[in-house]
Design a protein around this ligand. Structure first.
Ligand code: NAP
Length: 441
């Protein structure tokens, strides 16, 4: 189809895993994209650090002068795929101020600067889209901002980091410990040379901030998200989880809570948790992502797919690019930032969840009742206790391991209980404290 519409000029900042795929799709699908948009997309330039003629695109498309590229009069939409927070923030602000619409996949930036960037887009009456910033190819931002705009979202819980999900899936299926599963993930290219952002939960926390902001019409930043990583999860935890009919997943949870006084609050948190094998998130394995949304009228919705990778992420970027381009052709804008609810963020201490506590204890009578008493004193109700004898390398009994699963308790009550347990003579060490999600008891 040939259109008479003026072309839409596009600048792509970044030509790495995602940027190169976006450029490929713009070139390979040019005719279809023009038909869907009503005007051709024309690539005006690609921002990179290294301008060279061995990069598979004409060298005159490449530039290391990002500011000059986003300032061009013939650029209508800037697609930012450089990461991390800077220089991306500066480039996006500059583009928005010059009246360009912006599409980005930059979760680290969106989790700290949404307010500033959304305001700049508002001032310029242009679009700012970021579907690819959460869960790669999986549409979750648009369903939350548009499809569910008339409903009330109660909870968004998901597996939003493929690296940690790969590591935990390996530990579960092979019995490997954390370090060898991480080494495997690195060898296969699932973990970066410095895996801190993934394994310590920073990446998932950035995505939780973005999801919570949209779901609850409240600005939530990465600093508001309670965060624990997966580095302390052991193969013994997986064995205990199996015995309890569970697996362990790194979850990002965003929840609307009502206090006893009737006040609404938002909780956003990331931590490894036991999940019953019957829960839909338990069967999300390897590098896949999934997000479960619960809304008042819609009930439970699940989104599942590839949460990272060049082509899958480019799919989400292209969706945003087509939307922004259509708005240029037809007039109008996509949804603006919605932050009217301004709900307070709930500290983790107030959040009720179920817990799994594993500890090594002396192997003698009366231990179990001493341990149970500490839970009782703080009104942390026990749902299940398992005790296993331990043997040393010579096959001799050498103490016991107790695993306690609680009913719902607040983080504050549980933390006090764990401190008191650690001080008991009969407790030789607390092995791990994990939450149990996906059950209602
Ligand atoms: P990448 O492979 O590291 O590519 C980054 C690109 O940006 C490179 O082409 C690099 O240029 C360019 N760049 C970096 N700093 C620059 C600077 N100061 N000036 C000019 N160009 C610069 O990154 P990626 O994996 O494609 O990720 C891009 C963005 O998408 C990030 O925000 C990331 O968080 C997000 N994202 C990625 C994925 C994924 O699976 N990869 C998934 C979801 C979201 P050179 O090529 O010259 O070095």
């Amino acid at each position: 189809m040939v259109t008479d519409e003026k072309p839409i000029g596009v600048a792509v900042l970044g030509f790495g895993n995602v940027g190169s795929q976006v450029v490929r799709i713009i070139e390979e699908s040019a005719q279809d994209l023009a038909a869907r948009i009503g005007a051709p997309l024309v690539l005006r330039g690609i921002g990179v650090r290294r301008v060279a003629d061995d990069r598979g695109v004409p060298i005159d498309l490449l530039t290391d002068d990002i500011e000059a590229l986003v300032s061009r009069d013939d650029v209508d939409i800037v697609v930012e795929l450089m990461g991390p927070v800077e220089p991306a923030r500066k480039a996006i602000l500059s583009a928005l101020e010059k009246g360009k619409s912006v599409v980005t996949a930059n979760k680290a930036l969106m989790a700290v600067s949404t307010g500033e960037l959304a305001q700049a887009a508002e001032n310029a009456h242009v679009d700012l889209y970021f579907e690819a910033a959460v869960a790669g190819a999986i549409p979750v931002i648009r369903p939350l901002t548009q499809s569910l705009a008339g409903d009330t979202v109660i909870r968004v819980a998901g597996i939003v980091n493929g690296t940690t999900n790969y590591i935990l899936s390996e530990m579960d299926s092979t019995g490997a410990d954390y370090s060898s599963a991480l080494a495997d993930a690195s060898a296969l290219g699932y973990a970066e040379a410095d895996p801190t952002a993934d394994v310590e939960g920073y990446d998932a926390a950035a995505k939780a901030a973005i999801l919570a902001s949209i779901a609850f019409h409240t600005r939530v930043t990465a600093d508001d998200v309670y965060r624990e990583g997966i580095t302390k999860v052991s193969s013994a935890d997986f064995a205990s989880a199996r015995a309890l009919g569970c697996t362990i997943k790194l979850l990002a949870i965003c929840e609307r809570l009502t206090t006893d006084e009737g006040q609404q609050r938002v909780s956003a948190r990331v931590y490894p948790a036991l999940v019953p094998l019957s829960h839909p998130l338990a069967s999300v394995n390897g590098a896949f992502n999934a997000v479960v949304v619960e809304a008042e009228a819609a009930g439970r919705l699940m989104f599942y797919g590839q949460g990272a990778g060049g082509a899958p992420t480019a799919s989400a970027v292209m969706g945003d690019l087509v939307m922004a381009a259509r708005n240029r052709v037809q007039g109008g804008r996509g949804p603006r930032e919605s932050k009217y609810a301004k709900l307070p963020i709930s500290p983790i201490g107030f959040i009720p969840t179920r817990y799994y506590v594993s500890m090594n204890v002396a192997d003698r009578p009366g231990v179990l009742s001493s341990v149970a008493a500490e839970f009782g004193k703080r009104e942390v109700s026990i749902a299940e206790v398992r005790q296993e004898g331990m043997v040393d390398e010579g096959g001799q009994r050498c103490g016991a391991r107790i695993v306690v699963v609680t009913h719902q308790a607040t983080d504050a009550a549980l933390s006090e209980t764990v401190e008191a347990l650690a001080d008991l003579d009969v407790v030789e060490g607390i092995n791990s404290v994990l939450r149990l999600e996906g059950t209602s008891e």
